[in-house]
Design a protein around this ligand. Structure first.
Ligand SMILES: Nc1ncnc2c1ncn2[C@@H]1O[C@H](COP(=O)(O)OP(=O)(O)O)[C@@H](O)[C@H]1O
Ligand SMILES: [Mg+2]
Length: 255
């Protein structure tokens, strides 16, 4: 019996025989599917404990990626169920991120190269703003830490005890993984949390301050990445994100 975990126009994920099968729409770009599989394997090679990639296949003209199934709710579901425990969950989320940031794989794309391409390709940005963003990006330190690229509560799977305390944590959806600066990946997740929970939630702030505390990083250092990751995300062309992203891009003028 197939049990669906997620369904959208372009892809769906179901569980069968203890495996998670991600099926892509017929028109999905083949190289994007193969890239996702290869990138995920490279994260496994880096030594991160994630659900193992098992198979890439084509069935009825649709590409699919099969991996081990991890039982348990997503972090989004757990936060909804136990909102009072959000602080503890955010801490666990940060600790897991810090642990995979210690890993790396030289074969992953370099985050700064990817962001350079993304920011360059945005037509709606004023040339002077683009120039300012690219100048800042190129002045940022080069690092080779593993960055997830889409580290958000929907991509985090946990197991919790009867009281809602997290016992195990892992992440899926490593298609955007790169090697780069840890603070860039933190700034990216901060934006994702803002987009998910809204401006009034204290979750994004809690997240960023927990990271800074645990790693002795200056908040201003993470802040420098905010306009850059916001600009890079504009390339996704999501109408509902545009306003917030443009707000964060403009922060560049005030620093
Ligand atoms: N290996 C897995 N084990 C358990 N659940 C998974 C696994 N892979 C994906 N999922 C679930 O399916 C959802 C969608 O998969 P994901 O790879 O994140 O696709 P998308 O690219 O659509 O975000 C995830 O948020 C998670 O809930
Ligand atoms: Mg996902």
């Amino acid at each position: 019996m197939k049990k669906y975990l997620a369904k959208s126009k372009l892809k769906s994920v179901y569980v069968e025989n203890n495996k998670a099968i991600k099926v892509f729409d017929k028109n999905y770009n083949k190289s994007d599917v193969l890239y996702e599989a290869l990138n995920t394997a490279r994260v496994e090679d880096a030594g991160v404990n994630i659900p193992k990639l098992l198979e890439v296949a084509v069935t009825d003209g649709k590409w699919s990626i099969t991996s081990e199934y991890v039982e348990g709710p997503t972090l989004t579901q757990l936060i909804e169920k136990y909102p009072d425990k959000a602080d503890d969950y955010i801490k666990k989320m940060v600790e897991y991120q810090i642990s995979f940031q210690k890993k790396s794989n030289p074969l992953l794309l370099v985050l700064k190269d990817k962001m350079n391409r993304q920011i360059n390709s945005i037509e709606q940005l004023d040339n002077s703003v683009k120039y300012e963003l690219l100048t800042r990006l190129n002045s940022m330190k080069n690092h080779t830490k593993l960055c997830h690229g889409d580290y958000c509560p929907d991509n985090i799977i946990v197991s919790a005890d009867a009281k809602g305390n997290i016992e195990e944590i892992t992440a899926v959806d490593w298609v955007h993984a790169t090697q780069g600066n840890a603070s860039a990946d933190i700034a990216n997740t901060f934006l994702l949390l803002k987009l998910q929970f809204g401006d009034k939630s204290d979750i994004p702030e809690k997240y960023i301050s927990t990271f800074c505390e645990l790693t002795n990083t200056k908040r201003s250092y993470v802040n420098e990445w905010l306009p850059l990751v916001a600009a890079a995300r504009l390339t996704k062309n999501k109408e509902e994100e545009k306003e917030l992203l443009e707000q964060w891009i403009n922060v560049v003028d005030f620093q």
